[in-house]
Design a protein around this ligand. Structure first.
Ligand code: GLA
Length: 384
């Protein structure tokens, strides 16, 4: 892979890249829709990555070849334009935009981007892309950006330039991920620890089930959930609650008397999900994968019934998971409304589980799903 990308770069630009950066996509093991609610998340980086190769130019032009699309686009550093929907170039332009606002002195570049994180699948191909670019520019222009700032700047580019209101989780794990470890992050304090995932010990694998459902409405529904959970918190704050992280289901019931219907359900999801993340960390510390699996199922139920971000194709994964004896747990991962789910399955039984899902999806007339058996990969890196 690495050599072939360098060869392609050489063919296009007749020179070698000065920097070769990459960053991973992610799965979220548990802790969904809790990042922007300043709670807990437990994602891990995966082996699928985005690669970004670049060399400085003498002018202010940024010219980039998107290898997956066989397409070239360019822009000028002096005319960054967020008027949107230009597609994949926006993410790169967005990184230039945040760095420029930070006062960085930036060079024009010739670049090549290549990704193997499937697009639109809920595995954070966008965070992988953003982090691979900012990591490359940091190296190339000697910007000395600390890792946490790198994640925050990448998120800002996506929020304010590309216009997607994501939380910090995806960019954070793309920067800080470690091989065979999940990242337990407190999104209020921005403190984190790496939690070992000793899946091999129990001969377990993580299967990603990509529903093939790509919903345009995902981002507007995502923003709606953000508003609803903020609205519910506003009500809770009147009775002295600082944020969701400090509540239990019991105290939510006591203090959330004014919360009705949907708003109560949104709050209940966030509160119980924060607790599940902490329980998942305890379970992993004891290699208790049965317990972890049970928490995954509960998380899905809460996302389906209380936060209402599932869809029939993702529910199918949950239902098959419940019926398949060697699946310990399954849930949607990421924002929901389509995209992907994850399942914790005995390694040797993964082919049979895949077949079950394929058959059931076909019977229901759902799009044909794709599967990825993911390894827990490492965060951003510069290839030497
Ligand atoms: C998307 C966002 C994340 C997070 C998840 C839901 O992946 O990018 O910040 O909010 O949805 O947990």
């Amino acid at each position: 892979m690495e050599d072939s990308l360098i060869r392609t770069f050489l063919e296009i630009y007749q020179s070698f890249p000065e920097v070769y950066s990459s960053a991973p996509g992610r799965i979220n093991i548990i802790g969904e829709h809790t990042d922007y609610n300043l709670g807990y998340v437990l994602p891990s980086a995966i082996h699928l990555r985005t690669f970004f190769l670049a060399a400085r130019r003498k002018d202010r032009k940024v010219r980039v070849w998107a290898n997956n699309f066989n397409q070239e686009q360019s822009f000028s550093i002096d005319k960054l334009d967020s008027c949107g929907n230009k597609g994949w170039i926006d993410y790169l332009e967005g990184i230039y935009w945040v760095l420029k606002r930070r006062g960085a002195s930036l060079d024009g570049i010739d670049a090549l981007v290549h990704g193997n994180v499937p697009l639109g699948s809920g595995l954070s191909s966008s965070a992988a892309y953003e982090v691979s670019v900012i990591n490359a520019l940091d190296h190339l222009c000697d910007l000395k950006i600390a890792p946490l700032e790198m994640a925050k700047l990448a998120q800002k580019a996506e929020n304010d330039f590309v216009g997607v209101q994501c939380g910090l989780m995806d960019q954070f794990v793309s920067v800080f991920g470690q091989k065979n470890r999940a990242v337990f992050l407190d999104c209020e304090k921005l403190e984190f620890v790496h939690i070992p995932l000793r899946l091999d010990k129990e001969r377990l694998g993580i299967l990603v089930y990509d529903t093939g459902v790509r919903r345009e409405l995902a981002s507007s529904e995502y923003n709606k959930r953000r508003l609803e959970s903020a609205q519910a918190l506003k009500v809770l704050k009147k009775s002295g609650v600082k944020n969701y992280k400090h509540l239990t289901l019991h105290s939510l019931r006591k203090r959330g008397g004014d919360l009705k219907g949907e708003l109560f359900k949104r709050a209940r999801h966030v509160v119980t999900e924060n607790q599940r993340v902490q329980e998942a960390v305890f379970a992993l510390q004891k290699d208790d994968f049965e317990k972890l699996g049970a928490l995954l199922f509960q998380s899905h139920e809460s996302l389906r019934d209380d936060y209402e971000v599932s869809c029939p194709e993702l529910d199918l994964l949950y239902e098959c998971g419940k019926r398949f004896p060697d699946c310990l747990g399954a849930r949607l991962t990421g924002a929901g409304f389509g995209g992907s789910g994850i399942a914790l399955v005995k390694k040797e039984k993964i082919p049979a589980f895949k077949q079950m899902l394929l058959d059931k999806a076909k019977q229901q007339g759902y799009p044909q799903p794709a599967f990825y058996e993911v390894a827990v990969g490492e965060g951003k890196k510069i290839h030497k």
